[in-house]
Design a binder for this molecule. Structure first.
Ligand SMILES: Cc1cc2nc3c(=O)[nH]c(=O)nc-3n(C[C@H](O)[C@H](O)[C@H](O)COP(=O)(O)OP(=O)(O)OC[C@H]3O[C@@H](n4cnc5c(N)ncnc54)[C@H](O)[C@@H]3O)c2cc1C
Length: 468
């Protein structure tokens, strides 16, 4: 039985709030009713786990349909690796099943709690996105409810469905309500990976490593955005490849690795830990911490003579945030923003250095600077290209709103100059004009949106901000 309640909601970054009518425990009949009976000038926003960062999942003075209860695996074929899922199934649930049978879900983002509907709607990327592509690539079929109440069965092998699929995958929930998704999982020899860290003395070495096709399909770089001069962007690349041993895993270990730990680093209760950490989580302390982390990585590299490798579960390698539960609490009460530019490779390594330089000059060094390689795809609003994504995380404490807007616009202009884009799942600042410059297929998307949803029944605060 569905429930509805008015509540104040916010995203992962805790910067924006909205008062919404939130409808939970919905089934297909209720979703259809909501779509058909929505009052004039009111709108609905779909929600999975609700961990996108900001206004993508807010719908102020309007409704949110929460799909976390639609969490059943409907069909599973362990011989072919084809799986049919309700929209609210979490990525961790899929991995738990798949890894027991020698199959893998590609493009896993950094949290196992992300739902299939959320993963499709943002066409999320993982540490394997340069070698595999984004999440949409493994989609075989989508069952979607349109705002006309009709069911749409979209198949990746049907040329007639291509245009709609190109809009729905990565379509930030604005085309239709995804009810079910069929995926083709990939074969793996075991759930284990061989992982290692490779030191890079500066940003150029980091990018060269990410460019290298060296048999490591999973790569993510940690960079020191505070280091200066020729050391700017020093750090290490965490890389992994499948372990070819044919060994199964204990279910208890697999399950543990797919859930956020109850304690920070398995030791400290998160609430008091992050509360006490707040005064220290600023630029000065992180700069010192980065130096320490780099020095530690150097020592460990020298001791192992550059050949340290470890064998661990893929899920232990991929979900490092699991060891840092509720880490976003450290930025409370002001919250934080993340701008995640994707800079095309055609702009050259010097463009990434120039971006880090710009951030440094403006005092916007990323507190946690992760860099990944990506590859292009065909979806209209996809965060995908042959290039590098750079996470720029900035705490809002001590910054004025006007400064945040001014500096973020400088970063956006730089990204546009490079023919890049920023990731919408984490955005809250992009103005509509700059959005249109970053996403050249936007007008195609809007044409399709107007055709599928002429009354703008599906909307979010982000959709309104970006004038979609
Ligand atoms: C710790 C952390 C790490 C992350 N790491 C990565 C990463 O490595 N790579 C990456 O790409 N992203 C990453 N993200 C971002 C995250 O993957 C996306 O924001 C993802 O979409 C969140 O999934 P969700 O289930 O919470 O969806 P929500 O945040 O609830 O929704 C996301 C979008 O999907 C739409 N939506 C949800 N369900 C449906 C549905 N049934 N029908 C239609 N539309 C729907 C919503 O309207 C919204 O537009 C990370 C986020 C966090 C918090």
């Amino acid at each position: 039985m569905a429930t509805e309640i008015k509540e104040v909601v916010s995203g992962f970054s805790n910067t924006m709030k909205a008062k919404c009518r939130v409808v939970r425990k919905v089934d297909a009949a209720r979703v259809r009713r909501e779509l058909l009976e929505v009052e004039k000038s009111q709108s609905l926003c779909a929600r999975g786990s609700g961990i996108s960062y900001a206004d993508m999942i807010l719908n102020d003075q309007n409704s949110i349909l929460d799909f976390s209860n639609l969490d059943k695996i409907l069909e599973w074929d362990a011989l072919t690796g084809v799986i049919l899922l309700e929209t609210g199934v979490k990525i961790g649930t899929v991995l738990r099943l798949a890894h027991q049978h020698g199959w893998h879900l590609h493009c896993c983002p950094g949290s196992p709690d992300i739902t299939i509907g959320g993963a499709v709607s943002n066409n999320v990327h993982g540490k394997d996105s340069s070698s595999f592509g984004n999440f949409g690539k493994q989609v075989l079929e989508i069952k979607m409810l349109g705002t006309d109440g009709q069911e749409y069965f979209l198949r990746a092998d049907q040329p007639d469905d291509a245009a709609l699929l190109e809009a729905v995958i990565g379509g930030i929930g604005l085309i239709g309500i995804i009810m079910e998704v069929k995926l083709q999982l990939g074969r793996i020899p075991s759930p284990f990976v061989i992982a290692k860290n490779e030191i890079s003395p500066n940003i150029e070495a980091t990018l060269e490593n990410l460019d290298r096709d060296d048999g490591y399909p999973f790569k993510v770089a940690w960079c020191d955005a505070f280091a200066t001069g020729s050391s700017l962007g020093r750090g290490y690349v965490s890389m992994a490849c499948w372990d070819k041993c044919d060994e199964s895993v204990e279910l208890s270990r697999l399950s543990k690795s797919l859930h956020p730990s109850k304690r920070v680093l398995d030791l400290f209760p998160p609430k008091p830990f992050w509360y006490c950490g707040r005064p220290f989580f600023g630029a000065y302390a992180i700069k010192k911490l980065n130096s320490l982390m780099y020095a530690r990585a150097l020592v460990s590299d020298r001791l192992s003579k550059g050949s340290s490798s470890r064998r661990q579960l893929f899920s232990e390698f991929n979900f490092v945030h699991n060891k840092l539960p509720k880490m976003n609490d450290v930025y409370k009460p002001h919250g934080f923003i993340e701008i995640q530019p994707l800079i095309p490779r055609s702009a050259g390594h010097e463009a990434v250095r120039a971006l880090l330089d710009l951030c440094q000059k403006k005092g916007w060094q990323s507190l946690l600077c992760g860099i990944k390689r990506h590859s292009p795809d065909q979806y209209m609003l996809s965060y995908a290209d042959d290039g590098y994504s750079i996470g720029i995380d900035v705490a809002l404490r001590g910054r004025t709103k006007s400064d945040v807007v001014r500096i973020s616009n400088m970063i956006f202009d730089f990204v546009i100059e490079c023919k890049g884009r920023v990731y919408l799942a984490k955005d809250e600042l992009l103005p509509p004009g700059k959005f249109a410059q970053m996403y050249p297929r936007l007008s195609e998307f809007i044409t399709l949106k107007n055709h599928m949803d002429p009354g703008k029944v599906l909307m979010s605060d982000m959709g309104r901000r970006l004038k979609i």
